[in-house]
Write a protein that binds this ligand. Structure first.
Ligand SMILES: [Zn+2]
Length: 127
């Protein structure tokens, strides 16, 4: 069920192979439940690995074109997402927050890295 690219990663690195398969199943499960993104921290907990390892794994999926990184700018007061960006360069230093009704600077903002699951992967897996 793995994409060709992931299969070749698995063949080259047998210690990673089971994790690649687990993450692939997890992504498939998310898609089936209409979840369009994966949070590295949550994926790490799900797979029982460190967040750094989860990020490295997601890097492989990124290279295989199965996910794409997105940066969510989060208000630390209300935990709401103020904006989403596809490049680090686009992330502003401050942002207007409607919930708090004021401008937040870096002290009240947090950038959360999430990976969007590329649409059509279910179709690819079936092919
Ligand atoms: Zn706010």
């Amino acid at each position: 069920m793995l994409s060709k690219k992931l299969e070749s990663f698995s063949e080259r690195n047998s210690t990673l192979a089971p994790l690649i398969e687990q993450l692939d199943s997890y992504l498939t499960w998310l898609v089936e439940h209409n979840v369009t993104e994966v949070i590295p921290r949550v994926a790490a907990a799900k797979l029982g690995i460190s967040e750094a390892d989860a990020l490295a794994l997601l890097g492989l999926f990124l290279e295989a074109g199965l996910v794409k990184p997105r940066y969510d700018l989060v208000c630390t007061v209300t935990k709401s997402v103020l904006g989403s960006y596809y490049s680090r360069d686009e992330i502003p230093d401050d942002a207007e927050c409607r919930l708090c009704d004021r401008q937040h600077d870096a002290d009240e903002l947090r950038v959360e890295l999430v990976f969007e699951i590329v649409k059509g992967r279910a179709a690819n897996a079936a092919a």
